[in-house]
Design a binder for this molecule. Sequence first.
Ligand code: FRU
Length: 522
Amino acid sequence: MDEDREFLTEDRKFERKLITSRNTNIMKINYILFCLLTLLMGCKPKTSNNNREAKYSEKYRPQFHFTPEKNWINDPNGLVFYEGEYHLFYQYNPYGDKWGHMSWGHAVSKDMLHWEHLPIALEEYLDPKTNDSTMIFSGTAVVDKNNTSGLCEGKDCLVAIYTSYLHKNNTGLRQHQSLAYSNDKGRTWKRYDKNPILDIQRKDFRDPKVFWYEFQQKWVMVLVVPDLYKVQLYQSKNLLQWDLMSEFGKVGDTTKIWECPDLYQLPVENESGKSKWVLSLSGGHPAGPAFVGMQYFIGEFDGTKFISTQKEAKYIDHGKDFYAGIVYNNVNDRTVMIGWINNWTYANEVPTSTWRGGFSLPRQLSLKRKNDEYFLLQKTIAEAKSLRSEEIKDLEKFNGSSLEIELEWNGADGTILELFSNRDEKTVIAKRDNIVFVNRAGSGIVDFQSDFASNDQASIDGTNQKLSLHIFVDQSIIEVFVNDGEASITSQVFPRGENTIVIPMKENVKSIRAWELKSIWK
Ligand code: FRU
């Protein structure tokens, strides 16, 4: 796709067992036969959650984080709330557990925690004349409330805008932006017949995020020119014609190409009534150029330009496994981000089967001011408390693998907690000076990729010598929130042992509480 991402292009080379139109027809006939059969047998249809308990019990399978039944996923796409449902679309390979054939998978939820899988929303397709394939890359979904596009059959409908990635024999030809719409709550989609809707004739130009800018009654789109480290801002009255308004870029971390931008307004928690705009994107990582991560800029948006005086990058997460996060559209009372738990450096190699990749817990975002600086706060959504079952009384005797821990540190540097701990392996959470560490170097299977074994670190404000940790452990995912969301560290681990043995270092822990968490698939 571009020089910097050649490693990805290599990884992403896929066997070309491409859907020919003949295959598609056979698939359709099979599907119809299957549906008739399931109806006759009184079973639930293919997409139901029937029997999923058995399906979600493989080693390393997260129990309260979203994963697909099988196959590869990367970025969350088109996050939108509509008629009582949170939609989660995502980059999905319907044909295997490595990157390829990118299409939009789809799930819905009433609470952003319990998901119902739905059939693929938008699938890779072939040009009948040239046989070139177009993959459905990352993008956005909005509720077209006043039918501004003219594509809604009723008063409103769902509109998706995504990058259409045209390629021939694995060589990228063009990335342009295309539109699809749904008049049945996202269950079926039609591609707009005049696609693409935005084309600047570039090989790399992608990941549109669109939102309604109430103040000027218009749609705003942010997307990236990845290899130029540039975000472009466009406006539209009808979602179909777009005009360039401004550009933002060449600041912050430019060690990696830029992807998946988003622009949203957040309240400042300790300045009543005040809010600021945040532009976030995926690109460089605080640990250097071997990894990708997410960064953000704080500033103002006047409807045309995003202006920030910030030159240095601020990073969203300090672990290796939080990428491509975007926030929900059409949720008015809070801003909620979901990210992909993986890192392009080793994403295709993580030792899971038959799925690969998952999503973070939904995180509610806000800002905090310290002296003259603002920074991001991230907390899991309040609904996450509903996952709790029994409080765990004796942690060291606990033998499950999905739990939540709240602890207060006691004031001495060193190890605070060991997770997945046994004689030969452990993940260590520690504090030294004003840095919190999540060390997975000896956590279990680490040798599937040379950079995986790492000790991730986040700086904390040491002024009042306080440290609280809010930790979610889910089979192979650890999400650590530090000091009420002032920093987060998200890490995958692949311990060889069966259970999450948790060992708090008593001398360094003032108080600790833990809860076993229920599976979302049962
Ligand atoms: C980010 C990304 C996007 C692209 C998608 C392709 O992880 O590279 O830029 O749209 O993944 O799957």
